[in-house]
Design a protein around this ligand. Sequence first.
Ligand code: ZN
Length: 273
Amino acid sequence: MPELPEVETIKNELLPHVVGHHITGITLFWEGIVRQLPVQEFCRHLTGKEITGITRRGKYLIFGLSSYDLWIVHLKMTGALIVGRDSAEPPRFTRAIIHLDNNTGIFFRDPRKFGAMWLANDTGDINRKLGPEPLEAGFTAHVLAERLAKRTAPIKALLLEQKLIAGIGNMYADEALFAAGIHPQRGGGSLSQEEVERLYGAIRRILWAAIGSKGASVDTYFRPDGSEGTAHFEFKVAHGLGGKSCTVCGGPIERIVVRNRGTYFCPRCQAQP
Ligand SMILES: [Zn+2]
């Protein structure tokens, strides 16, 4: 699933292709990708509008429009936005094409069809669902400690809670906990101040590094030009490294299930206290 670094990369790399351009039409191969009825109204509203900017909040892409409202995209499990020549053969699993006035198309590719797009007047609904942005200056170790205090749920599950902290998913939660040396099943409120500070530093470091590597191309993530990111080459535990050895202690990486999510960790480096 695209997480903060993947969505940030998509935003950064789409920007030069789309900002200042008008949407000339929309081709839908699967109407269900529009989560707003009637679908024709969505297409009619977007057509003719200029894209004035793109921002990211959590895992949401937010396109500013010349009509002062917003076109929102969530890639969910397997979505990708590929830019290409409008007349090109659409990539396999393309569910929609947003045509632009520069002979470019944005191809919304989504094998599993969980991805979604809709229109909104503002970001109020999104902001209500999301906690702080982990890479913004206002997010400090103190803020993280406050949000974890008194929480008994496993820290792994809490990191995935978008209302607690925005943008982190299964891969980067596992990586951050490994880097901080914290067992994924520890209760959030049980972390010491020092552990929270380690976790805070790990989250920031790992997310920034992954943005620098243009995201992790496990499964179906592609950059807008169709190429792959390389962040997964740096993964120590995440995503299927079960059976491999820990780069720190040499012991086996193990897989457990925490609140229904497959979780990889090193039982020696991330021992329960
Ligand atoms: Zn280890």
